[in-house]
Design a protein. Structure first.
Length: 145
């Protein structure tokens, strides 16, 4: 199932970013999908089951559907065709093979959440006097032993 793979890849990408940021969970995922992707309903359907047991479990999936626009070579303008599968200019009727928008699949934004203990946690202090410690010296940031 192509849509399940897409959902898992989206979740994996969001979880990787959340871990890199030190977050405990992903609260919201914003995605832009072009109408030609045909993935709007299938992605909603697969997202919940694919997110179980991950940092994205119970995350809100927001999908912005991007309409189809094409460039008409005769009118030299970007137009919205009459239907999703009509690749003709709605003004002059010429074929419009160049798709401008409508094929996108873009992860736009993530809303992350960290637990209270992580928010309050202080950075660990290093003990002085260990032979393998490096210290920073002077304003130029040169490392010395």
């Amino acid at each position: 199932m192509h849509e399940l793979t897409l959902a898992r890849n989206l979740i994996e990408l969001a979880c990787e970013h959340a871990r890199a940021q030190g977050a405990d969970r992903v609260k919201r995922i914003q995605v832009r999908l072009g109408v030609l992707s045909g993935m709007l309903k299938p992605l909603y359907f697969c997202f919940g089951p694919a997110a179980r047991g991950t940092l994205c479990e119970d995350a809100l999936l927001e999908i912005e559907e991007v309409p189809l626009t094409v460039e008409c070579p005769n009118c030299r303008a970007v137009k919205v065709p009459h239907t999703r599968y009509s690749f003709r200019c709605p003004t002059c009727g010429s074929p419009t093979p160049k798709v401008v928008t409508g094929r996108e699949m873009v992860l736009v934004a993530l809303e992350l959440e960290a637990s209270d203990r992580k928010k309050r946690r202080r950075p660990k202090r290093r003990r002085a006097g260990r032979a393998d410690d490096l210290a920073m010296d002077n304003q130029a940031g040169e490392r010395i032993r």
